[in-house]
Ligand binder design. Sequence first.
Ligand code: GUN
Ligand code: ZN
Length: 434
Amino acid sequence: MSTLYRARVMDTPDSPFTGAGLRAEEDVALVVEDGTIVTRGPYDAVRDAHPDAEVVDLREGILLPGFVDAHVHFPQVRVIAGLGMPLLDWLTHCALPEEARLADAGYARGVATDFVSGLLNAGTTSALVFGSHFAPAVDEVFTEAARTGLRITAGLVLSDRILEPAGLLTTPERAYQESRALADRWHGTGRARYAVTPRFSLSASDPLLEVSGALLKDVPGSWFTSHVNENGAEVATVAQLFPDAHDYVDTYDRHGLVGRRSVLAHNVHPTDRELAVLADQSATVAHCATSNAALGSGLFPLKRHIEHGVRVALGSDVGAGTGFAMLKEGLQAYFAQQLLGKEGLPLTPAHLLWLSTRAGAEALDLGDEVGDLSPGRAFDAVWVCPPEGSTLDIGLRHAQDADNALARIFAMAGQADLARVWIGGERVRPVDPA
Ligand code: GUN
Ligand code: ZN
């Protein structure tokens, strides 16, 4: 059975950072079979070639690829918007007390439901997820993602020092065993993949980072994710804790943790040496724009990343980030570059769409599967169709051109404007009754 989606489609198959523009086409037909786009072209011609396909008419709105969130914390969904604190205070007073509650698997199950639901409601269809310090809680988030179809890469969060309460801490031996068992259960099962996840060097000793390197080798195709260079006090503490390391990136790199399948969140305060290492090893930085603003971490030096050739995607960083909406992250990323003045990189609507879709897909090595709406990709898509009278509805009716319409979507779209979401051809919002 094939379905033909008839729509105005916008996506970014190629990077605006290397000169490509927005691909915006009117009256496109996307033919979807078994969850995959098999044909894309002008409606009339495609319809003639597929007379038996069921037609879903989406011309009232605009179809975008599903969003890809390159950095989001599962245990923090219930503590979003603990405002007014810098990173280390926020961890102590807001995030970690809640994360400790996930020791209770029943509590973790409820959090997993809230978390996955939050992502889907925001139109996020793939995510690199910071898991929990507790293995049963990580099972819960993988289970809920599998139930709903969400594509996640996630893992057990590892720390063996400094964090409180002490129940969050592990040992290198236990970290290896529990991570390995989770990876054996989930890595490559359906859409799930495993990410080795030391929390950050501040809370991870060299032996724990060494074990992380061993896990990355022993679980072929697994990911590495952590935090780097987010906040001045954090960076200074890491420098004290690792007197032999060149810098923060080196604390990971010397354990073989920086490579093509590594995503480091933040990097607001990098040195040129660190940017050169990240570029050389093809690692990705997840820019978490609302989090950086909410915690006062700083303005992300995107221009320096791009000039060095570092890959950059976007992360919501819930719950330091202020919600799941990748559209809001895109807008905030634009604001940050504006505020940087001459040091900033002016971003177009196409850049924002790239950063919130295709860049994340490439960071997760899912570029062949998702990230744009080309033939061969899974049908992971968001239909922006504002209800009558919403500010976005007025905005779209008065947009001058496609780029301007997309700018209005990033500036104004809220959850109510995301009328439908699909993953692999299955409608996940609103949930398909079939
Ligand atoms: N660094 C270590 N843990 C965290 C976290 O949970 N959120 C953010 N933003 N930074 C971190
Ligand atoms: Zn984070």
